[in-house]
Design a protein around this ligand. Structure first.
Ligand code: HEM
Ligand code: NAG
Ligand code: NAG
Ligand code: NAG
Length: 560
């Protein structure tokens, strides 16, 4: 009896201590929050707590089912990652342009007013990107995405040399070839369930080739699986794919921990650890080779082909002391590979499903591509001539990112106290206060986007310009569209991703259409409607906002 109660106490004490500590932390943060003078909602667990992130939606769904009073509580509404997408503009319409969510970790200030958001974005020094959340991207070295202040300025200058006019053009021509191969593979299938996987392969292939000079050919899901045939992955692209598919694990554990634990790891983690090692050695080889070429360049007339890696190494070489260290080159190679393909892949998947549910938009896109191409074929799509005219294809991208922006923005006050003017009030924000531009609210607020703001309607982006019709996209009011962010810390890959997206959509939809495969007893009209409903329930953030089970919507391609 004595033993049992001792054992119980041994278990219970740390739990009680932990809960007390958590509760006191929340209380402390809550007191700070209410003094700021904006509406405050308290939640018991910080949304970004990694343990909570694994099960937040399931636990809340369970509680909501059995405990009616939980249903409309702040806990159920705000205490999970991705609540912004589900709630859209509702919290700001209820609580005003600014509200605070208080947690045991940090206080999160949400901004739903475009001017206020632009003001904080412009004050990038005072409200930097939250480095605590970004740190996970440091796995192979610090990089542009994770550094601040002077160090950021230096790295940004070097990374900017990657994004040249020549890069835009290579993205275009490389995409056209790969998208055609993908279309050929897709149109050979009765019921395609691997579209999301294939789209990722497409964007990763483009990134590997244009970014890092590793050439490859598009392979559909089954070809890829067959090709791998059990042998361990060895190419740059394959190891990168393995790493990115398991990004969350690596970011949680880090390659060093994986290496130390190698002997005890389960098979899946062993494969992953192997991929990290091989990927690192690829980067080292590529780096050494490029460095030698760059150093030797003056003595040779032949120019090395430009890609992200050669740009980084060359700029670092030219700027000597201002340049990137070897480890920072690796850090940026990884970051660019990640930021440069995952974002586009998820946007593709959302767009494809929206299109599958909207045959009239497919017709509208096809009409444009045919008009732009005249009697040329899809393979003749030309960057300079055609890209600026494919505005409907681009509108499909912007509209998709408006409703499902892949990247969540998170700024904070870092180590300083900052003030923020909200109307008559001056908010005093202590260190480590999160400053969140409510992108999902701003992107859908009827005040800026009209009554049908929650409907996916790409044509809203087309500016009507006189008699010769649709030539340009609208410029949304500043601060109401943050898909690629704004200000000095915006996305340098904006153009890159637009070029890739437009080339792909134009290639796919010129002569083909896509439909969901209806389940037994359901007609096509109903099936399309269900696809659109499925997007809403299936979208959720992993690292980025994405569809979690796109394979549940089998698709079929038909010739027009
Ligand atoms: C649909 C495609 C894309 C979207 C929606 C997107 C969105 C964004 C957003 C919102 C940010 C700012 C993040 C923050 O402030 O926390 C960002 C940063 C960044 N993006 Fe993109 N991006 C896309 C494609 C790309 C591509 C293709 C590349 C590279 C080839 C790229 C490279 C970067 C880099 C390097 C940064 C960090 C910039 C800095 O911190 O100075 N992105 N992106
Ligand atoms: C190519 O991309 C860069 C930046 O990514 C941009 O400044 C430039 O205007 C682009 N060129 C064209 C013709 O769109
Ligand atoms: C540099 O160039 C010279 C000849 O132009 C060549 O012999 C040498 O191997 C090159 N070095 C490297 C490291 O590529
Ligand atoms: C398809 O099914 C829905 C409901 O199941 C029905 O309302 C609709 O009329 C059907 N449409 C056609 C074209 O048969």
């Amino acid at each position: 009896m004595g033993l049992l109660s001792t054992a119980l106490w041994a278990v219970a004490t740390p739990v009680i201590l932990f809960m007390t500590y958590t509760y006191l932390s929340l209380l402390r943060n809550y007191i700070v929050a209410i003094q700021i003078g904006v509406p405050v909602r308290a939640i018991p667990i910080e949304q970004t707590n990694p343990f909570w992130m694994i099960m937040d939606k399931q636990v809340l769904a369970f509680l909501k089912r059995y405990l009616p009073f939980v249903r409309d509580s702040s806990f159920a509404r705000f205490n999970w990652r991705g609540f912004e997408i589900a709630e859209r503009y509702k919290p700001h319409h209820e609580l005003g342009d600014v509200y605070m969510v208080s947690t045991p970790g940090r206080n999160w200030l949400y901004l739903g007013d475009p001017e206020l958001v632009m003001q904080t974005i412009k004050r990038g020094k005072e409200f930097p990107r939250c480095s605590e959340l970004a740190a996970a991207l440091n796995v192979f070295g610090t990089n542009l995405g994770t550094v601040d202040a002077a160090e950021w300025k230096r790295q940004r200058k070097i990374v900017a040399t990657c994004f040249t006019e020549q890069a835009n053009a290579s993205v275009w021509s490389d995409t056209v070839v790969r998208a055609r191969d993908m279309l050929r593979y897709w149109t050979s299938k009765q019921a395609l369930t691997t579209a999301a996987d294939d789209l990722r392969t497409l964007s990763l292939g483009i990134m590997s080739e244009v970014g890092f000079g590793e050439s490859s050919q598009f392979e559909g899901h089954e070809e890829r699986v067959r090709g791998a045939g059990g042998t361990s992955t060895t190419s740059y692209k394959d190891t990168l794919q393995e790493i990115l598919e398991n990004c969350v694990l690596i970011m949680a554990l880090g390659p060093d921990v994986l290496a130390k634990l190698e002997k005890w790891l389960p098979k899946k983690l062993k494969t992953l650890q192997h991929a990290c090692v091989v990927f690192q050695s690829h980067m080292t080889n590529m780096y050494e080779e490029t460095k030698a070429k760059v150093a030797n360049r003056s003595s040779q007339t032949s120019v090395t082909p430009r890609n992200f890696l050669t740009s980084l190494v060359q700029a670092s070489h030219e700027m000597t002391s201002e340049g990137l260290t070897e480890r920072q080159v690796y850090g940026n190679m990884f970051m660019l590979a990640f930021a440069g393909h995952d974002t586009v892949a998820h946007t593709f998947t959302f767009a494809l499903l929206f299109l599958a549910g909207s045959p009239e938009v497919q017709d509208w896109v096809s009409e444009e591509v045919r008009a732009v191409l005249g009697n040329r074929e899809a393979k003749d799509l030309d960057y300079e001539k055609d890209f600026p005219r494919l505005q409907r294809c681009l509108a499909v991208m912007c509209e998709t990112i408006r409703l499902y922006p892949p990247v969540a923005l998170a700024k904070w006050t870092a180590s300083e106290t900052q003030t923020l003017q909200v109307g008559e009030k001056t908010l005093v924000l202590p260190p480590k206060t999160m400053i969140i531009p409510s992108y999902s609210s701003l992107h859908t607020d009827p005040r800026w986007w009209g009554e049908d703001s929650l409907t996916w309607r790409p044509s809203r982006w087309i500016k009507k310009t006189g008699p010769n019709g649709e030539k340009e996209l609208i410029t949304p009011r500043k601060g109401t569209f943050l898909g690629w962010s704004e200000g000095t810390r915006d996305c340098p890959g904006r153009k890159f991703s637009k070029v890739e997206f437009v080339a792909t959509i134009a290639t796919l939809f010129k002569d083909w259409r896509v439909d969901p495969v209806p389940q037994a007893g359901v007609n096509l009209t109903q099936a399309r409607k269900e696809v659109l409903e499925f997007i809403v329930v299936d979208a959720a953030p992993v690292l980025l906002l994405q569809m979690n089970h796109p394979e549940r919507v089998p698709l079929v391609w038909k010739k027009r």
